[in-house]
Design a protein around this ligand. Structure first.
Ligand SMILES: Cc1ncc(COP(=O)(O)O)c(C=O)c1O
Length: 399
């Protein structure tokens, strides 16, 4: 009998300890159903259902025509670096220099670079729950130790007090993500500042993943850690992304903003792994920041409409409870009130929804929040309405 290659391949210890991405698995489950011709309702997607705006596509076409198809500096083209600097100056009054800015293949690579350039074996990294699935896996890869912070008692809004209690002499880093994937919750700016004061006091560092920066719903307001006092910013790496804001997930464009030393270390990591992100995507990303911003407002308006409908509809389902997300495009309801003997966990709930109702959502377990599910409203209101109908059936089904 042939031996399966996977059974003999000696996977490295670092990688063997990593979990595969549950959000990407949800996308694959939806794809497989669609390929089989099933009428699937996909509420698993972590990406906008909008197309990339035309001015951004045109900038990419123009870059190709002009022969911008070669390697760029690892830190990115001057044009993109300047566009990022100008954006943060304009929007948040933050002064960054070119040696503090780096273009990356998405916000994910910015977080990866930042973690692996800082963390030594057994360093503790604070990761507030619920967390984006990738954060603890990168820490595992770097041989650090993830220390989750519970915030469920405060409906998943992190406070400085929670951070203070979790810090030990081994804590090196905290990874913040506001608005959060998956909860959509936002850390109030004053609380964010207090958290960064603890970071400074304890000689730690922070990553602020600002991937959903621009998708915030009033009364919450757009806040970037870039607007903090310079001495707090010294200990901070901002991971930014074009994926969600400009519907550019496939372009793989993001950036980091950090002090010059941290940036130099990150350049080493990226210089020996992916080099630069694509020259064409960089031209597109520069246009995204420099060009008209109407598309962002249009997307936000549509997300706002869907969010309003969805939250009301979810909270009307018996047993289900959904705190108000203030940002991003996810709802993160607690489904424990819908569990029963034949459906004991949120993982089983998600499975039932997939098998009986052909509806894809993501189990909270991968985000460190068993008992919850993530519902993406980056899909049309029609599909959302159909999906909620199906969720209601699973919640209220009686044997
Ligand atoms: C919190 C968070 N950070 C980063 C990313 C990665 O974005 P990018 O496509 O820019 O790598 C995602 C994508 O889902 C995310 O949710």
């Amino acid at each position: 009998m042939a031996t399966k290659i996977s059974s003999i391949f000696p996977v490295s210890e670092n990688v063997a300890r990593m979990k595969a991405s549950s959000t990407l698995a949800a996308m694959q489950a939806a794809d497989a159903l669609r390929a089989a011709g099933v009428d699937v309702v996909d509420l698993g997607a972590g990406e906008p259902d909008f197309d990339t705006p035309q001015n951004i596509k045109d900038a990419a076409t123009e870059a190709m025509r002009a022969g911008q198809t070669k390697y760029t500096p690892t830190a990115g083209t001057r044009k993109l670096q300047q566009a990022v600097i100008d954006f943060y100056q304009r929007e948040f009054g933050a002064g960054y220099e070119r040696n503090q800015v780096m273009a990356t293949a998405g916000g994910k690579q910015a977080v990866f670079n930042a973690v692996v350039s800082l963390i030594n074996p057994d360093d503790e990294v604070l990761i507030p729950k619920p967390y984006w699935v990738t954060f603890p896996e990168i820490v595992t890869f770097a041989r650090g130790k993830s220390v989750p912070i519970e915030s469920e008692s405060n409906d998943f809004v992190l406070t400085a007090e929670m951070v203070r209690e979790a810090v030990t002499s081994r804590t090196r880093l905290i990874i913040l993500n506001s608005p959060s994937n998956p909860s959509g919750r936002v850390i109030p700016p004053a609380e964010f500042e207090r958290i960064m004061e603890i970071v400074a006091e304890r000689g730690m560092y922070a990553i602020s993943d600002e991937c959903y920066l621009r998708f915030v719903y009033p009364p919450a307001t757009v806040f970037s850690a870039a607007s903090l006092r310079p001495e707090l910013r010294q200990r901070l790496c901002i991971a930014g992304s074009f994926s969600k804001t400009y519907a550019m997930t496939g372009w793989r464009a993001g950036y980091s903003l950090a002090n010059a030393d941290w940036t130099r270390a990150m350049l080493k990591v990226q210089g020996h792994s992916t080099s630069n992100t694509t020259s064409i995507s960089q031209a597109a990303a520069a246009e995204a920041l420099n060009g008209p911003q109407g598309s962002v407002a249009t997307m936000l308006k549509e997300y706002t409409r869907r969010r309003e409908w969805l939250l009301k509809a979810l909270n009307e389902i018996p047993g289900l409870r959904c705190p108000q997300p203030e940002g991003a495009f996810y709802a993160f309801p607690d489904v424990r009130g819908c569990l029963r003997d034949e459906l004991k966990t949120s993982a089983e709930f998600v499975n039932e929804l997939l098998e009986k109702e052909q509806t894809v959502v993501t189990d909270g377990e991968g985000f460190g929040a068993d008992g919850y599910i993530r519902i993406s409203y980056a899909t049309s209101l029609d599909r959302l309405q159909e999906g909620v109908k199906r969720i209601r059936r699973v919640c209220t089904w009686k044997s």
